[in-house]
Structures are given as C-alpha cells and as structure tokens.
Design a protein around this ligand. Structure first.
Ligand SMILES: Nc1ncnc2c1ncn2[C@@H]1O[C@H](COP(=O)(O)OP(=O)(O)OP(=O)(O)O)[C@@H](O)[C@H]1O
Length: 241
C-alpha cells in the first residue's frame, strides 16, 4: 500500500447501518491520519460499537465506504485484517486453551516469526505471565480483558480498535493499560477507542469525538478542546439521549 504525505490513513464516508427499522448509523464521515488517536464518546445505543465492528470488518454496512490508505477494505479484506487489532466485548480467545497457547496460536496465525517469544512478551506486558499455563476460561473477567488486549496486539497492528477496553479492569490494571496505551501510541499506529471513561479517554487521545444517534455530533483535535466545555457537551448528549 502506498502512502504519501497528507494521505489520510483511514477514510470513512457516508456510512449507514440499520438493524431492521432501527437506524444505528445514519451517515458517518471520518478521516484519520496515521498516528492519530481518536477517543469516541457517546450515549448508550449511539452506534459506537456498530461503527467499530464495521471498521473491523465484523459487520457489513448498508452503504458507505471505508478506505485504508488507497485501498477499499471491501476489495482486499484479508490484507487489511492482518494490520488490524481489536478489543471488543467478545474476548475472541479459546476458553480451553491456556493463555500461552491462545497467544501462540494467534501469533502463528498472523505469521509472527517467533510466536512463543511474542506470546510470552505480551503476557509479561499485561501482567499475566504467572498464569500462562492456566486455561483462559478460568480467568476472572478483568483478567480475560487483559488477555484480549494481549491478543489484539499479537500482530503489532497498525490500526487498533478498542471498544470499552477499561470494562472490568480494576484501578491498578486500568493504570497499567493506560501506560501501555501511551507506549502503543506511536507515529505509525492509529487508534480508535470507544469508552465511557471520560478521564481515561481524554488523557490518551489526540482527537475527541461524540457519536450521538448514529451521527458524529462532534469531532475536534484534543489540543483545541477546553476539557470543561467538552465534559459539559458530553453530558448534554447523555441527557438528551
Ligand atoms: N445485532 C443487533 N440487532 C439489533 N439491534 C442492534 C444490534 N446491535 C446493536 N443494535 C442496536 O443498534 C443501536 C446501536 O447499538 P451500539 O451497540 O452500536 O451502540 P453503542 O453506542 O455501542 O452503545 P453502548 O454505549 O451501550 O455500548 C442500539 O439501539 C442497539 O440496540
């Protein structure tokens, strides 16, 4: 994939998705440059997970386009998926396999050169190395979340999609994850995170967005945003929903 200066990394235009009569996305347009970190807020049912699932190719839109650099993702989904990582409500881990087996499996699937080494490094990072031989199904919910974060990073993704990654994490684990996000966020990685955690979201992001009733109601560079005004606007949207 070619990349010239100024080419947006991700271009989304006119994205619409309905579930029966319910219009979950009503025309979303969004452009992100490589290395941007968008934190997307919004009321329950606003369409945030639907948007992330479509970007992750887990769900097909009814209409609209998504391009990553010069490629339409519908035209070459396999190459696109290899560059993608996602943490969602589903852990996508095998409950009967150990933590190490799970991560080794995914690393091998993505063609990582030394799958075991990569798996062990990630288990260290998410502080699960002591439990590496335990079946994933025996982990607590917060630990499952840490494992799915490790799973999402196995292929060192260029585009990382995080749907409420703080859910289930205790304060210590959330702080560690916040630190990891800072390390993960470099010039080559583009991140979109959906969260209801205003403080955590605002500390990590370079852009802030609010999705409301299936539309992007607000999008701004974080350094142009007054935190108190943003918080007030966010609460207005929550109350209006
Ligand atoms: N599989 C589905 N079938 C029918 N309706 C769905 C389905 N998935 C989502 N919806 C509906 O689409 C709308 C958007 O849902 P979505 O999960 O994208 O919202 P969200 O912004 O992620 O919400 P939350 O903050 O509660 O996670 C909601 O009204 C929801 O009930």
């Amino acid at each position: 994939m070619t990349e010239s200066a100024g080419t947006p990394f991700l271009q989304i235009s006119g994205l619409r998705k309905a579930y029966g009569n319910l219009e979950a996305l009503r025309g979303v347009d969004l452009e992100l440059r490589r290395g941007e970190f968008l934190c997307l807020f919004g009321p329950n049912g606003a369409g945030k997970s639907t948007l992330l699932k479509i970007i992750a190719t887990l769900l097909r839109p009814d209409s609209g386009r998504i391009r990553v650099l010069d490629n339409d993702l519908q035209e070459n989904p396999e190459a696109y998926r290899a560059r993608l990582g996602m943490v969602s409500h589903q852990p996508f881990v095998y409950q009967d396999l150990s933590l190490l087996e799970n991560l080794e499996f995914y690393a091998a699937l993505y063609g990582v050169k030394q799958p075991r080494k990569r798996a062990l490094k990630l288990l260290q990072q998410v502080k699960l190395i002591q439990r590496c031989d335990m079946p994933a199904g025996d982990l607590s919910r917060g630990m499952q979340q840490r494992l799915s974060i490790a799973r999402a990073l196995v292929n060192d993704p260029e585009l990382l999609l995080l749907d409420e990654p703080y859910t289930g994490l205790d304060e210590h684990a959330a702080r560690i994850f916040g630190e990891q996000l800072r390390l993960l966020h470099d010039n080559r990685r583009t991140i979109i995170m959906v969260t209801h955690n205003l403080r955590r979201g605002m500390e990590s992001a370079t852009r802030l967005g609010i999705l409301a009733r299936g539309r992007l109601a607000y999008l701004q560079e974080k350094d142009q945003v007054d935190p108190a005004s943003f918080e007030a606007l966010y609460f207005q949207h929550l109350e209006a929903s």
